[in-house]
Design a protein around this ligand. Structure first.
Ligand code: FES
Length: 129
């Protein structure tokens, strides 16, 4: 399938749902207010290897939802949420730490978790791809 739709009401605050798109896992995360505060505070942190603001990685008016490809940009392992030093994902393969915006902060991965092309087709539905 070139594109898929996802109903955001299926993901609860503080949770993520993993969907498959073109053979890859896609994380759809409904971030908590605390996660949002932390990622915005870090928008200009000096340890960002690929500097991007959180707003550049989300859609206006829908900032609480993060949609990223769940594949570590080092060698493609699937990172786990809730461990690591930055309140986001940790890749256990070689120790890459991502924040709750999916930005690489520490470890061998060179890039942020990739935000796929997607759009809101309604207030509660996204189309990925
Ligand atoms: Fe994730 Fe190497 S594949 S750190």
């Amino acid at each position: 399938l070139a594109s898929i739709e996802f109903d955001l009401t299926k993901v609860q605050e503080g949770q993520q749902v993993v969907i498959k798109w073109q053979g890859k896992p896609v994380f759809v995360r409904y971030r908590t207010p605390a996660e949002l505060t932390r990622v915005i505070a870090d928008d200009h942190a000096s340890d960002l290897k690929e500097p991007q603001t959180d707003a550049e990685r989300t859609k206006p008016g829908h900032e609480k939802y993060l949609v990223v490809i769940g594949s570590c940009t080092h060698l493609g392992c699937v990172p786990t949420f809730g461990s690591g030093d930055y309140g986001g994902w940790f890749c256990p393969c070689h120790g890459s730490h991502y924040d709750a915006s999916g930005r690489i902060r520490k470890g061998p991965a060179p890039k942020n978790l990739v935000v796929p092309n997607y759009e809101y087709v309604s207030d509660t539905r996204v189309k990925i791809g």
